[in-house]
Design a protein around this ligand. Structure first.
Ligand code: TMP
Length: 237
């Protein structure tokens, strides 16, 4: 299938229509932003890595019974996906304290939780993606109770699966963000991407950060970190 018309350009991806109204093509860019677009940059080769990595993960999750939007990888940067209407909730699962959790609660990074946590942000750039609870999400009709239950169930299962995949690569899955969509049938499927842009990945031995925090925090060796986790995943799948 081929790209017809650019219908949306996000911070890290472009989305094109196709001749089939049920499918879209996502095209991964090397552009990187942080802090709601305040910090801008380029991570050379990121688009290729995120496309490949996300597709590997989506395939693995599908094989374990998680429905996803993934259809087919078309090229280095382009993937055919099912068209969904995105549920405007960013779902964040955390296994270890880091990032906004550590900041909000005034705790160090690296506290290993006995149980994973879940939180939601209202996906709204104008508002800076504010934290939202389930009652507020329902009050604003962002999702139904059933949809939220399905999203939570899938997200915790995805956490177990991703943790295992990364652990066999010598990588600790600290936290990650997921987005879900609705198919025309109403079925909830995993959408967006799973990549070092959307996961915190620490080397299991050294604790070295191997994800977008290297860009967010100006830690250097950004491209190298993306390449390293991609290499480890390829060698282990
Ligand atoms: P946080 O600690 O900044 O809230 O981030 C939690 C996780 O969500 C982390 O793995 C990075 C990911 N994330 C995104 O994918 N997109 C975003 O816009 C933000 C803020 C975080």
């Amino acid at each position: 299938m081929e790209k017809k018309e650019l219908i949306y350009e996000g911070k890290a991806k472009k989305v094109y229509s196709t001749e089939n109204g049920n499918y879209l093509i996502v095209s991964y860019k090397d552009d990187a932003t942080a802090f709601n677009g305040l910090k801008k940059g380029t991570i050379s080769g990121k688009g290729v890595i995120n496309n490949k990595m996300s597709n590997i993960m989506m395939k693995k999750l599908e094989a374990e019974g998680i429905p996803t939007h993934f259809v087919e990888e078309l090229s280095d940067r382009d993937t055919l996906v099912k068209k969904v209407s995105i549920v405007p909730l960013e779902v964040i699962i955390r296994n270890i304290s880091a990032g906004s959790f550590a900041k909000r609660y005034g705790v160090p990074e690296g506290i290993v939780f006995a149980e994973p946590t879940i939180e939601f942000s209202y996906k709204n750039d104008g508002l800076g993606d504010p934290l939202i609870n389930e009652y507020h999400a329902k009050a604003l009709s962002l999702a139904t109770e059933d949809e939220i239950e399905t999203i939570k169930k899938y997200s915790f299962r995805i956490n177990k699966l991703l943790k295992n995949i990364w652990s066999s690569c010598g990588v600790t899955l600290v936290d990650f963000k997921l987005e879900f969509g609705r198919l025309p049938s109403g079925e909830i499927v995993l959408a967006d991407e799973i990549s070092p842009d959307t996961e915190r990945l620490w080397d299991s031995e050294t604790g070295e950060k191997l994800d977008k925090d290297r860009f967010r925090r100006d830690l250097g060796n950004v491209e190298e970190a993306y390449a390293e986790v991609m290499k480890r995943l390829s060698e282990n799948s």
